[in-house]
Design a binder for this molecule. Sequence first.
Ligand code: PAF
Length: 284
Amino acid sequence: MTIVAHTRSEYREFIGRKPGKRAFVPTMGALHAGHLELVKAARQEVGPDGEVVVSIFVNPTQFGANEDLTQYPRPFHEDVKLCTEAGVDVVFAPLVEEMYPGGVSLGDMTSVQAGPVGSILEGASRPGHFAGMLTVVAKLFNLTGPDIAFFGEKDYQQLALVSAMVRDLNFPIDVRGVTTVRDTDGLALSSRNLYLSDAERATAVAIPRALTAAQMCGGSVREKLAAAQAELVGDIEVTYLAAMRNDLQAALDPDATDVPGRILIAARVGTTHLIDNCPISVGV
Ligand code: PAF
């Protein structure tokens, strides 16, 4: 049975009933198959004697002033139903007041700085986003007390930053990335895909095609980027196409022919901002 806890004290009452490890999947709700894959990975990891906790919290501090927090979908009952079907033990769904008793202005509270990786790629156009994300993840880690936490590779920069936070601030938590779930046309699952018209969706599949082209292309980082760029045609506005080290601390040398790394793409199709990425092994 899945139990829903809205407060820290409710959570404490319900958690710790099983002897095994605790796995945690943080979400903002509006769950789709990508989230359920994280839940599945969590259950596989801890087994039937472990606890799987999913948080549902639309975090105000990671939304910019021009991003409409109030419009974010909140199909709470449907989400709880999906969690129940997926065998989640506890859904932690706190109110804003519970998470941020002193208000939601990051500048007025103790918060987590994202460091240089927080201001590149997605962070370049969303100042403060990753500080807000890391602050809430740190709070959720402290409130839910997991042994292992699962994040989707689709939001690769988020995963890299959470891994860095856990290392730098000594959280005793094992962070795991889970492979991106894709639709049959290759598009990475995202709640934002709902905003695409049929024509926009047909354009958007250029993004996974570009990633595949980069992966398939032999040769240097420069050649891989060129192969990806060649696919990004049509009514698509590329925000960035980058080849980075796996920890995102630096761009790969364009001439490199023997490094592992990651290709990351962000593009606007119509009014929808889409991101995707894949691993590359250059010359290996
Ligand atoms: O990926 C998300 O849904 C959010 O950024 C997270 C990790 C739940 C923090 O609010």
